[in-house]
Design a protein. Sequence first.
Lengths: 339, 339
Amino acid sequence: MNKANATSADVAQLAGVSQSTVSRSYDPNSRISKSTRQKVFAAAEKLHYQVNKAAQTMINKRSDLVGLVTAGLGDPFRSEFLNSLVLAVQEKGLRPMIIDVTDEQMLDQQLQTLLQYQLSGVIITSGTPSEAVANAFIARGTPVVLVNRADHSSEADIINFDNEAAGRLAAQEFVAAGKHKVMVVRSKVSSYSSVMRSNGFKGALLEPMRDSSIQVEERFCELGDYDSGIIFGKELIASGGMPDGIFFCMDYIACGFIDAIKHSGVYSIPRDVAIIGCDDITIARYQAYALTTIRQSAKEMASSAVSALQARLDHPSAPPIQQKIGAAVIFRHSFVPNH
Amino acid sequence: MNKANATSADVAQLAGVSQSTVSRSYDPNSRISKSTRQKVFAAAEKLHYQVNKAAQTMINKRSDLVGLVTAGLGDPFRSEFLNSLVLAVQEKGLRPMIIDVTDEQMLDQQLQTLLQYQLSGVIITSGTPSEAVANAFIARGTPVVLVNRADHSSEADIINFDNEAAGRLAAQEFVAAGKHKVMVVRSKVSSYSSVMRSNGFKGALLEPMRDSSIQVEERFCELGDYDSGIIFGKELIASGGMPDGIFFCMDYIACGFIDAIKHSGVYSIPRDVAIIGCDDITIARYQAYALTTIRQSAKEMASSAVSALQARLDHPSAPPIQQKIGAAVIFRHSFVPNH
DNA sequence: TATTTCTGTTCATACGTATGCACAGTTTAA
DNA sequence: TTAAACTGTGCATACGTATGAACAGAAATA
């Protein structure tokens, strides 16, 4: 059994036909008699024949491999998203190849070796330092899908969560709940998504038509992670001036903030300060956080991205697509609307 | 620029040498004059030449692709581990290809198509219904590394977290702290890891030499996730008989339990009941949980697995390796040792 | 019946790389 | 000085598949 794999030639010999007939048997549009096809399939089964993708790739110039470019999969939303991407890719009969470009030092080298594989397509997720990556693949004629990225220049298909709408929704909830002083918090390191969310939030509160008895302020924390949320919370408690509503551009930060508040014991959530996050990461629903948040559906984003790629493979010269994925409020304990 | 990739023949022509000379230029053990090599590299750079992996694979019978077989990457430990695996694989100049076999229905089909790629190796992680997967690859002569799996029969290399030691460590801590009545909790669905952890825990407490004034009981919850921990906690609170120490075979369950306890307000952690988890997932350190736990180093596991694979590639016929990765207690708030 | 269309198959070749073999030129050994 | 060893390069081929072209026979058309 520890033999080399059976080839189509082996199958051909066993079935008593030519190699080309074997190959054509697997093409549904080919003119092959039923009896011959049966013979071929029987022989193939007996030999456990599996097509050699490497050989196939040489001819098709396509490997059915899809590159999923990401900057780490440490944080929960990213890994959920990647999980959904993997499943969606698999469902289409393609194979996901992960490319982690966390280490920017290695980016160039990574990119070089990546071009060696004849990828069918590349899906680039947010946070990636990827202008270069995208361009390199587009130059080679490999389809590229950008997810949650600012880039507009390219010929790539683009899938974006409706970040502005997310911010707007949060703002509307605070207004409807009669809040007087609200804050929006994002990380100093400006990611496209966070900036748009913050803009959406501020924009909705600064609309000229609105009688603005509501006060809004933008604040920053160091990074977009849990620890930054803790630090931000401690500082805000110490400095005073706690608002009655805060919109965090990332759930992660919100969770850190909540822990800081609870630990201090000074304020109560949502009575003194109501909190809305964004993304709906897994732990947002945990009782310790019970975070009201704007959901970004990882599943929906992923399946849209893969569908876009599939469409591009089917129609390589179609005009680029640009698609927005809707936002929705998920109510939990950290903010409760007036009913 | 939207051209087909340059081939070694193109490089050869530009450099004024033969294709075989180009190929040999990239082999450090080949006899090539310095001047020729320089000419070749210069030409290659000018044409942005990158070797075609598909063609290379046909000759080498190796794609440098490593299959990472996993059952979903939803839960935090799994995704951390996968993250480490991806990085470790990339570091060796190999490429990670994810294979998610969550859907057992598709397993067979997945497996079939997988064999089409000439994978250099396969790393199979726990929870995978993978006896079949492993055997299929071994039969084809593809190296297989099993991580945290019970399988012993095969010719694969095996990397295991020292699950028994983890359980033992937890038990020893409870003994040293003078606990009287302890529990070990795992999911009904018996995974290899959980069973071994539980056995290690019970074994350490039932040693014949020990003067056993300590009472130990094993309990089960439905699944190995957060929600099961919540349910388990509620039931235990309702039924009474709260022990003074609980070892959870998975951090995940422990987090759910902690939330259930806090929500009920009846007991205090760690005063009434001390808690030790296992794995050290990301959120274990969050203030909401501050979980004392037995760390399973994802990084260490991953780099060991990849190193084992690398060794196997270098020496295909070496005897199978079996390696244990050590456990260590991480102290946080849910259990504080007497000092 | 002669011609055309259709069906089912085989032949031959291309994809891009690595490598055994042959060979010419150069250096070392005898 | 002649033989032997070594160095650097090119030629030819194999890897396994897909596909255009050719072709033989059957069926349909004129």
